[in-house]
Design a protein around this ligand. Sequence first.
Ligand SMILES: Nc1ncnc2c1ncn2[C@@H]1O[C@H](COP(=O)(O)OP(=O)(O)OP(=O)(O)O)[C@@H](O)[C@H]1O
Ligand SMILES: [Mg+2]
Length: 364
Amino acid sequence: MGNFPSLDRFVPSLPDMALFSRKQKTAVGLDIGSGLIKVAVMDHRGAEPELVRVAMVPLLPDAIVEGEVMDAAVVSEAIRRALEAAGVTPTRVAAAVGGRDVIVKQIAVDRMKASQAREVMRWEAEQHVPFDMDSVALDFQILDPAGTEEQMQVLLVAAKHELIASKRRVLAEAGLTPALIDVDSFALYNAFERSHPEAMSGVVALLHIGHELTHLTLVEDGLPVLTRDLGVGTRRFREDLQRDHGLAAREARALLEASERSAELDAVLASRAEELAVGIERGVAYRASAATSLASLGTIYVSGGGARIPGLLESVAARLRRPVVLASPLAYLALRDGAFEGLDTEAVAPLFMLAVGLALRAPR
Ligand SMILES: Nc1ncnc2c1ncn2[C@@H]1O[C@H](COP(=O)(O)OP(=O)(O)OP(=O)(O)O)[C@@H](O)[C@H]1O
Ligand SMILES: [Mg+2]
């Protein structure tokens, strides 16, 4: 279906900035995670984008809690270090917003021109978005612009101004302005669509397991039909290990990032795998339609730092009785030599799904 809309219309661009932006051929995707800050640098000069460099820098615990920046100085310092590690000194980066304050809805409206739709969409949004219209930035994309049906499908996006403003403040603290602000689920999906074309038919689930949150996306014949956040992440696994086995945080982390399973980890896997499986089942049940039911659910693709937890994919697969595989943003993506210098490419690639998705949008 091509790219989703981004919220970049809400990034005011001065006329002279537009002049400069024409020369910008490199996009920098910045994923400000609660566990790791990740950067992906993409060269857009060629016919196909090329991943030039990635970097990741761990964040001190509790600098970001439930998506909220608690310590702006710590976060901006980590952002600066991540950019430095990636060998870039950008002033503009692509960043993402997500969570409860972003609403994405597919709606059907009478077919009209895009210019006309722009006027109508505010009124339409009032019927579909449970926020005060004055408090949100709106964007939309007509999904079937060439269609001939009386009604057209429109993807409506509303994000709270305050959410975008706070993202801008975090960037400003690090001396940055947004080249664009994307919705996290769109950026994740754009990277996934590119790297896993085999997942574009049938019903599949995309599970992006982060430090605090897991982002679930259900995809029906290549269309993302549902996204939601599950409150499980690698932090929970670590806390389980510390509590149940008396491990120090550092020891627990080592088990989570190990290449082999361990008895301690196996003991906590089942209950967390259950939580993830129930999250997927509930998502599918919510969506339940002619096309989507538990019976029709195919492969589950897993990315994010949690995808690396030894034994987790097998546990979810055993529980759901579905194939569960690792997703990586690198398939079908040109990779410059040394892009993952200092990192174990295969091990960390799934962590860069969002950063790569952000950097895939060509700069204007
Ligand atoms: N090589 C690695 N280095 C550091 N952490 C790793 C590594 N491999 C796996 N991890 C795990 O990945 C976690 C971070 O995953 P990820 O970067 O996807 O989360 P995040 O984006 O920071 O979190 P969230 O999206 O929930 O805010 C770490 O907390 C750690 O447990
Ligand atoms: Mg994340």
